[in-house]
Design a protein around this ligand. Structure first.
Ligand SMILES: CSCCC(=O)C(=O)COP(=O)(O)O
Ligand SMILES: [Mg+2]
Length: 227
């Protein structure tokens, strides 16, 4: 096996883009206003509301104003950390109530299981919060997949198109970059990882434009190129 660790993106890589854009985002848009109104005093929610005020540069922004801003960020798919944290909180109710399961491609479940058997450490790096990542895999189509993963990274370590984010991840993994493989559907994310010497492979499942990276159309093809 070429790699000691594999880091995977979620949307467009392990999971269908439409699961995020047509199920998760609309659910969050529908639930967030009432959720933050009802939970504004809880420390976890209050912390994120204040982070939104800082980003809005409106120290006295009302709950209604923050709700409107959150909905605008969702509508334009902004990868903003407090939005992602609040989305994870409302998605928890959606998963636990059975409103939806976490979509994971069958080839992903098979490959992750095989890589774990081979002793490869598996990680997730997504703009979705760590909570959202863990929920998706805990309530996946294949049951609880979280035992497969050794760690999770989100935008608290940095934006996915920033080289510094991958430097911080490598620091935590304590591995040489060439022993780490990063899988994503987004070329700009792969470009950032490549600049640090991390191995990369682009997943092309929904017609994504190919970059200069090695490509695969599913995780079975990733496995074929990495053993
Ligand atoms: C963890 S499922 C929700 C994913 C999400 O909220 C998101 O914005 C995905 O962004 P990415 O940069 O990981 O494609
Ligand atoms: Mg993606």
């Amino acid at each position: 096996m070429k790699y000691s660790a594999i880091i995977t993106d979620i949307e467009g890589t392990t999971s269908r883009i439409s699961f995020v854009t047509e199920i998760l985002f609309p659910y969050a848009a529908a639930q967030l206003p009432a959720f933050i109104q009802a939970n504004a005093d809880s420390p976890a929610v209050a912390e994120q509301l204040n982070a939104c005020r800082n980003l809005m540069q409106q120290a006295d922004a009302s709950i209604a104003a923050i709700s409107a801003q959150l909905l605008q960020w969702i509508a334009t798919d902004q990868k903003i950390t407090p939005l992602k944290a609040l989305q994870g909180m409302v998605w928890q109710h959606g998963y636990q109530s059975g409103a939806f399961k976490g979509h994971v491609y069958a080839d992903v479940h098979a490959a992750l299981s095989r890589w774990q058997q081979l002793g490869v450490k598996l990680y997730v790096y997504s703009s979705g919060s760590v909570q959202a990542q863990q929920l998706l895999f805990q309530y996946s189509d294949f049951g609880d997949m979280t035992p497969l993963f050794s760690g999770y990274f989100d935008t608290r370590i940095g934006a996915k198109r920033d080289l510094s984010s991958y430097a911080a991840i490598l620091q935590q993994l304590q591995l040489p970059p060439k022993q780490v493989l990063f899988l994503s559907d987004v070329v700009a994310e792969l470009d950032a990882a490549t600049q640090l010497g991390i191995a990369t492979m682009q997943l092309i499942r929904d017609g994504q434009a190919a970059g200069k990276h090695a490509i695969a159309h599913n995780f079975t093809q990733v496995m074929e190129q990495t053993v």
